[in-house]
Write a protein that binds this ligand. Structure first.
Ligand code: SF4
Length: 258
């Protein structure tokens, strides 16, 4: 799809978003936390479900009351409060360190000033914090401050590649820059939610459900997945037939040959 115009790519994206929104929508508004709270939430949500990260965040805040108190607490105390989110030993020091880096750089945990910066400068400011990458920065700017910032997670990267929203060979960093440019600012929040939902519910990493996919007609990857699927099915049919044939009549054949 090299050489495809920006206008064609935008049409492709708009059609996909319409279809995904009719299939899974209407989508709820994303959570609205203050930016520093959203940063903490994104750390808590790494490698766990939204439910678990939500519980861990609620525990943390009901115990400490404010993020200033979290920043001043010991790592062990933070760890105790976020156990339910998983990976507490990794996340507790990261939360404490990020909060203290913000206080050091900014004098407080109030990050509202990011709203007045261009998106690229906001991303730059947030990613100077050790432990914060472009995905978390994009989520904070988009969810908390309503800015048109792209955030790419594993679902968005995979589904965008399969649907050739991004060129197939593009790495995550390049895909981030590319999507930030190609997706219209007013589509970014919907793009984020719709593509992640599709990735979770239908276009999964291992076994995408291409035969039940609402955007299958627009997907250049569908044929290869369906071919593989029917090959796997026919192999498993053969195996089942062989088992039926061999087991009753050849009891001497060892199990590993069946
Ligand atoms: S057709 Fe298959 S690979 Fe393509 S988007 Fe749908 S589920 Fe994903």
């Amino acid at each position: 799809m090299a050489g495809i115009s920006i206008a064609s790519r935008r049409n492709h994206i708009a059609t996909i978003l319409d279809m995904l929104t009719s299939e899974y929508g209407p989508f709820k508004e994303p959570r609205k936390l203050l930016p520093a709270d959203e940063l903490v939430f994104t750390i808590l949500s790494q490698h766990t479900s939204d439910i678990n990260s939500g519980r861990a965040y609620n525990n943390l805040m009901s115990h400490f009351g404010t993020l200033e108190h979290v920043a001043a607490a010991s790592t062990q105390d933070i760890e105790k409060q976020i156990q339910r989110g998983g990976l507490a030993k990794v996340k507790a020091p990261r939360i404490k360190s990020v909060l203290n880096q913000i206080i050091e750089l900014n004098g407080s945990l109030d990050l509202q000033f990011l709203k007045n910066l261009p998106v690229s400068e906001g991303v730059q400011w947030l990613t100077q914090l050790k432990g914060i990458g472009p995905k978390s920065a994009g989520i904070v700017l988009n969810f908390s401050l309503g800015l048109p910032a792209m955030a790419i997670d594993t679902h968005i990267y995979r589904v965008s590649q399969r649907l050739r929203i991004i060129p197939k060979s593009q790495n995550v960093d390049k895909a981030h820059v590319f999507l930030q440019k190609i997706v219209l600012p007013e589509q970014i929040t919907n793009f984020h939610t719709a593509i992640i939902t599709h990735g979770r519910q239908t276009c999964s990493a291992q076994n995408p459900k291409c035969s039940n996919c609402v955007v299958a007609q627009l997907c250049p990857s569908k044929t290869a997945f369906l071919k593989n699927h029917s090959k796997n099915n026919s192999n498993s049919d053969k195996l089942t037939r062989n088992r039926k044939r061999i087991v009753p009549h050849s009891p001497e054949i060892p199990e590993e040959n069946v």
